[in-house]
Design a protein around this ligand. Structure first.
Ligand SMILES: *[C@@H]1O[C@H](CO)[C@@H](O)[C@H](O)[C@H]1NC(C)=O
Ligand SMILES: *[C@@H]1O[C@H](CO)[C@@H](O)[C@H](O)[C@H]1NC(C)=O
Ligand SMILES: *[C@@H]1O[C@H](CO)[C@@H](O)[C@H](O)[C@H]1NC(C)=O
Ligand SMILES: *[C@@H]1O[C@H](CO)[C@@H](O)[C@H](O)[C@H]1NC(C)=O
Ligand SMILES: *[C@@H]1O[C@H](CO)[C@@H](O)[C@H](O)[C@H]1NC(C)=O
Ligand SMILES: *[C@@H]1O[C@H](CO)[C@@H](O)[C@H](O)[C@H]1NC(C)=O
Ligand SMILES: *[C@@H]1O[C@H](CO)[C@@H](O)[C@H](O)[C@H]1NC(C)=O
Ligand SMILES: *[C@@H]1O[C@H](CO)[C@@H](O)[C@H](O)[C@H]1NC(C)=O
Ligand SMILES: *[C@@H]1O[C@H](CO)[C@@H](O)[C@H](O)[C@H]1NC(C)=O
Length: 326
């Protein structure tokens, strides 16, 4: 994650922790990227059935109008409202996945809406994810497009120019959550960075925006860094606070430390580490290889590793097929 990515990423996960973010300017060619992503998203979601497509030029205009020629430090939720109105968001049943401090893991887990839906998998978030954009009140209307490509303000408490967009996006995402909702938090963040903070995006914009009567359960998923320290677990310290805050809102809560499905995904990057030993214990690594070798002494069969790749590939292909024909 670089530039705005790190800004948004860090910002979403950090909240009050101080931010030392580079103040690079807006992403070059942002208009083309936004319009392109907008059509690409709809193509992936709806296929060629253009009757359901939204007008991406209009969406760009709504986004652009929110910040161009404006002092970024003065933006409010109202500025970006036309964008969110234009893009819209459907209710998400049983699949909403919120996150705090787990950016990378959560998106491997959600897999663009296949398993779960994160804010960044919704159209409103997808279109601008990891892009930087800011205006500048000093730019001439005659000679510029009002977008500051040279620098955006350094983020600080008095110039918090990302919250009018991402705070609002988070709020709308939470308002549309239905049924079972999940939040993935990081139990390995360290002594000084709790997994849950009331002034994080989750604590400030998401938890308070749930339509409680439409939420059946909040599942808290606590993940721990492979080969890393475990500072917090379910029922302890800030995670206990999160459980209590959700209960106080009238939401029924459950909490799981490192559930198997998440662990498998994390272990994909660290197959040999101690925490991933369950792969060994289940006999996966040696069993497949040995079996194939015994049955096929001439070496015609695929190796254990290759068969895993094949299985993975077919699962992914199947998943994509499902999505494409939905
Ligand atoms: C296209 O979408 C519309 C509206 O959702 C639907 O009524 C129609 O059946 C779809 N057409 C095809 C070919 O999928
Ligand atoms: C899409 O929106 C743009 C800008 O508002 C408008 O000029 C254009 O006519 C619209 N296109 C369609 C197909 O509605
Ligand atoms: C931004 O807000 C400040 C304080 O609210 C105000 O003094 C200033 O004129 C505003 N600037 C712009 C460009 O709107
Ligand atoms: C959501 O999950 C609940 C419980 O598993 C189930 O009863 C319900 O039908 C699901 N809703 C949808 C829309 O899938
Ligand atoms: C959890 O936090 C630790 C410490 O900040 C970090 O190294 C790790 O990457 C985080 N885990 C995830 C999945 O983001
Ligand atoms: C706008 O111009 C004023 C006066 O020249 C300057 O003080 C201010 O820093 C400029 N703002 C930005 C965002 O460049
Ligand atoms: C911008 O263009 C308008 C009309 O062409 C002109 O009247 C105005 O003086 C120009 N402003 C600047 C700052 O160049
Ligand atoms: C925050 O950033 C703005 C714009 O860069 C700057 O004008 C302001 O002095 C900064 N405030 C603090 C408290 O650092
Ligand atoms: C699997 O095979 C490797 C290399 O042949 C060996 O070092 C390891 O002990 C084996 N693991 C188990 C669980 O048998």
């Amino acid at each position: 994650m670089t530039s705005f990515a790190s800004l948004v990423g860090l910002f979403l996960l950090l909240s009050t922790v101080h931010l030392s973010v580079q103040n690079k300017g807006s992403t070059p060619h942002i208009k083309e990227i936004v319009v392109g992503r907008c059509y690409d998203y709809q193509y992936k979601k709806f296929g060629l059935n253009a009757t359901t497509w939204k007008n991406c030029s209009k969406i760009w205009e709504a986004l652009y109008g929110a910040f161009a020629y404006k002092n970024p430090c003065n933006l409010t939720f109202a500025d970006y409202k036309p964008y969110f109105d234009e893009v819209g968001m459907a209710d998400i049943y049983n699949k909403s996945l919120f996150w705090s401090g787990t950016y990378k893991a959560v998106h491997s887990y959600s897999e663009f809406d296949i398993r779960f839906t994160t804010l960044e998998d919704t159209m409103a978030g997808w279109i601008v994810n990891e892009l930087a954009f800011c205006g500048n009140g000093n730019l001439s209307r005659n000679t510029t497009d009002g977008i500051d490509y040279d620098s955006c303000p350094k983020w600080n408490e008095s110039c918090d120019y990302t919250t009018p967009f991402w705070g609002q996006a988070s709020k709308i995402f939470a308002e549309n959550a239905r049924g079972i909702v999940r939040v993935m938090v990081n139990g390995s963040r360290g002594n000084h960075t709790p997994a849950y903070k009331r002034d994080s995006f989750f604590g400030k914009y998401e938890l308070p925006s749930f339509h409680v009567e439409k939420i059946t359960e909040l599942v808290i998923i606590v993940i721990h860094t492979i080969n890393g320290m475990e500072y917090e677990r379910c029922g302890k310290s800030s995670i206990k606070l999160l459980q209590e805050d959700a209960k106080d809102r009238g939401i029924s809560v459950s909490c799981r430390d490192d559930p198997d499905d998440v662990r498998h995904i994390l272990c994909a990057d660290h197959p040999l580490s101690r925490e991933c030993i369950f792969l060994d214990e289940a006999g996966y690594r040696n069993r497949t290889v040995v079996r194939y070798k015994c049955r096929n002494p001439r070496g015609l069969a695929v190796s254990g590793k290759a068969s895993w790749l094949l299985i993975t590939a077919s699962v992914i292909a199947a998943a994509f097929t499902v999505v494409n024909f939905k």
